[in-house]
Each structure stands twice: as C-alpha cells, then as structure tokens.
Design a binder for this molecule. Structure first.
Ligand SMILES: [Zn+2]
Length: 287
C-alpha cells in the first residue's frame, strides 16, 4: 500500500530508449511475448474493475526455474505496454536491464510464493475494495458460502500486517500460502496464486466477487452457509475434476452473522484461522 509502486509516474507509451526496446524484443521468444501481452491484459482488467488504484498492484509469471516476468513499479497497471514487463531471477536481480522501469518492491512477496510452491506459475496482488475491507476488519473469508469459492478458494486466511517493501510481508504469508491459493493481507489487500496467469487472476476475481456478496448479505442481516454434507460433495467434485492448486477446507458451520460467539463478526487474531468444525473429514489438506 503506502510506499508501494511510488513515486507516481504514469507512462502511456513505449520506453524512451528505443534501442533497448529493440534489443529486448529481438531476444524475446514468442512464448515470452505472449506472456507479456497476457500480463498487460490482466493489468488492464485489474485497473478497469477497480481492484487497484493509481500504480498499485503487481503481477508475475514464472517462465523457468530461475526466472520470472513481473510488472513495473510507478506505472498504472491499466496502461502497461509489453516492453515495460521486467525479467528477474529468483534472487530479485533484473536479468536484462532496460529503459527506466524497475520492479515493485513487492516482488519479494511473489518470489517467496515461487520458493514455497513449485506448482504455482503465477501470482497476482491487488487491493480490491471488498477483500481489503475484510482484511482491514480482521475477518477472514473462511466460511462456506458460495460453491464456486468453496471449490477454487476454500477458507481464505488473513496474513498478519507487514510493512511494504520489507521482508515482513513475505514472512507473514509463508505459512499460509503452503496450503492456500488465496490470502488476505491485513490492512493491505489480497494475493492469489495459480498454475498460470489467468488462473491466478480469475481467483482474484472470484475472491472479490465472493467478498462483495458476503458483505451485502451481512448488511441484509444474515448469511447462510452451505451445510457440511454439501461441502463434502463439493470437495469430492474438486477431486473428480482434478482441480489444480490448494485450498484450506472451510469450516462447514457457523456464519458471519451466526449466533455462536466465535462465528460472529468479532475479528479473530490476525492471520489466525477460526475454530475447526466437528467434521474431521473436511480437515485434511486438499491438493
Ligand atoms: Zn499492495
């Protein structure tokens, strides 16, 4: 959030150094070019949907064991061009210096994900308003409310607050991303992981859509959750469909507006999951 992707510099065209652009493009294979285009398109969607403000947010994709492509700092993600995308190694070094573009300091968070999860090829970070509101309120999205969210996200925890650009955020997400493809960042935003760029992006869409509906239902005064037996069917379906990624099972009981004290809107300790359900069959990590 603060300090991230600043100073505010909007760049609407190609990089100033045309020679660098030529060198970069000539060294780029068609797959890498396609991934740059895809990052640009996802950035445009994040901005258009209001998931990011100003120069916020970042996107990355792993292109080999040692290299990633990531978005530049100081640029609105709605107005990127493919040449702005930066190639880095897993130690955070820029592979081919070009132009004036630099990666976001938040790329540390992305690299930590790739270190922890060999199955993840892409990471999307944004500040969608509903997700971020739950993260600010300290309320994890850990109830089974919508089938699509149960299937693709499961119970979404909140990582403790960390200062942007330091190692605090990578450290705060480490235990949570090992078994979840979606994490809220306290007082900050959200992070989603995927087997490819679109998968990571669509999880961000699903997360924000789900958070928005739950928020509205809370305002209506009641949130019904999906019964445990039906949740188990969804988990079976997840295995049958051989869905990629990892989800924490949601608890299968209680509600955001329930009568049980621990299931009310009283926020839990940051980054901590809520009490488990009685249904032990739903506790096992799902892959
Ligand atoms: Zn951020």
């Amino acid at each position: 959030m603060l300090g991230e992707d600043s100073p505010v510099v909007f760049v609407f065209g190609c990089i100033a150094d045309n020679q660098s652009l030529f060198i970069q493009e000539s060294m780029m294979d068609s797959d890498e070019h396609a991934l740059r285009q895809q990052i640009m398109e996802i950035g445009r969607r994040l901005w258009k949907k209001g998931f990011v403000a100003a120069n916020d947010g970042n996107i990355s994709v792993r292109i080999s064991d040692q290299e990633i492509l990531t978005t530049p700092t100081g640029v609105s993600k709605g107005f990127m061009t493919p040449d702005m995308i930066i190639k880095m190694d897993m130690d955070g070094n820029i592979v081919i210096p070009h132009g004036t573009h630099r990666p976001s300091s938040e790329v540390k968070m992305h690299i930590e994900v790739y270190r922890q999860r060999e199955d993840v090829r892409s990471v999307v970070h944004a500040h969608p308003p509903f997700c971020t509101s739950f993260a600010v309120a300290g309320i994890p999205l850990d109830k089974c409310v919508l089938p699509e969210a149960v299937l693709t996200l499961g119970a979404v925890p909140i990582a403790p607050y960390g200062t942007p650009s330091t190692t605090e955020i990578p450290e705060s997400i480490t235990p949570l991303i090992r078994n979840s493809d979606a994490v809220l960042l306290a007082n900050h935003g959200a992070l989603t992981l995927g087997a490819d760029l679109m998968s990571a992006y669509y999880k961000m869409e699903t997360l924000e859509h789900s958070a928005g509906i739950i928020h509205k239902a809370i305002q209506l005064g009641h949130v019904d959750v999906i019964p445990p037996e039906a949740v188990k069917k969804l988990m079976d379906l997840r295995r049958t469909l051989n869905l990629t990624g990892r989800v924490n099972p949601c608890f299968g009981k209680g509600s955001y507006t329930g009568t049980e004290q621990e299931q009310t809107l009283t926020p839990g300790k940051q980054g901590e999951n809520r009490p488990d359900s009685d249904h032990s069959e739903l506790k096992a990590p799902l892959k």
